[in-house]
Design a protein around this ligand. Sequence first.
Ligand code: ZN
Length: 483
Amino acid sequence: MRKADLGRIIEEKRERFIELNDKIWEFAETAFTEFQSAELLCRALENEGFSVERGTGGVATAFCGSWGNGSPVIAFLGEYDALSGLSQKGGVAEKEPLVPGGNGHGCGHNNLGAGAFAAAVAFREYLKSSGKSGTVRYYGCPGEEGGSGKAFMARAGVFDDVDVALTWHPGSVNAVFPFSSLANFQVAYRFKGKSAHAAACPHLGRSALDAVELMNVGVNYLREHVIPEARMHYAITDSGGFSPNVVQPKAEVLYLLRAPRTPQVEEIYNRVNKIARGAAMMTETELEIRFIKACANVVQNNVLERVLERNFAELGVPEYTEEERTFAKAIFDGIAPSERSSDLDQYSAPGGAAGREAAKRLRERPIADEVLPYGESDFVLPGSTDVGDVSWIVPTCQAWVATWPNHTPGHSWQIVSSGVVSLAHKGMLHAGKVLAAAAADLLDDPSLIDAAKEELRARLDGASYRCAIPDEVVPKAIQPSGR
Ligand SMILES: [Zn+2]
């Protein structure tokens, strides 16, 4: 079997991959509740002859499908979690929830899971026909959104014997991901006070809500005195009740702290903890600090980026029908210039002058239908992904493949709407082809894997992966407010 046959294999099974894509979209399960989506993918792997382990790394909705023997171990990472509150009908250009208040695939992880699966299946055929030693794995990685599922899996050591990991992310552009990202910690601060009649005997009350407010004021003063790349976000997840005439006896605020490297996040975290303790002292309330999750920054790998880039450039982008272009234009036209995502500018920048030219050509096109020129980059994308944890352990690389219209903002109803139309199906299948082709190159030329490992060693410069999530913390589904 030749490398060129990988695309044919994916096309032959396209209906199966599309069915997976659409079913996961329908399930729309949020972080660590993806039981139906995970089971669907496990069965699909079993049908393809993979041996499947469920509950990988002690995470209930994680799994690992494996085929073959020995090294190299080439892994594809799949995701399948949705976002809360983003329910939306598919294939329509206006905001219209499918289930009011329901969940939706606002980050395209249904595409991600199905596309990475297509890659694993196609590459398995290639490996089989080669007669070479090698193992293909599909890691089902839950809870990327707000849960850092891969970090929990990495903590359990499930990626330790992998040689190379490949993945992709659905998006509005076609490019290799050449950036780093921010490491983060997510931590809940819960204050416990004393309730009292707010008018008759306020002196008897101790307000937990006051503590939350004072903590936030303190952190807002801290902002000026942290590194400029840091980000500190918060959400008040429990304001203590609905009655202003009762002193709030409980309140909780959830913090997401980010910085380019884990030790920097840790330093900020320790300072935020001091502020929280100060707020508790000022209000005479009790404080409970609950670590929720963390993820590491992405360690780039130029060797793998070039392998992906070469294959992406060779395969180009799918051809789009008039119908697909019309749908994309309807979504595109509804996005005000001020609401456009910055993806095109960010992903074209590493390509230098050629990148700027490409961005200029693509700017007003409803589908960004070109592969952006690649260039190495030191840019730290102001966002986080738990792919970062894997990238510290094993050389890892991601492609960005257009599955939704150009400039579509992230985590939006437009992404949910696009997730089940043929535009997304094509992008998802295409991502499978690009990843499978890259894996074939790695199998055929093991020196690439050696070089990728050497680069990882050099970038870590003696450091090694340490999961920032304390041992006693277990993955938890997103809790409703007040819990
Ligand atoms: Zn995502």
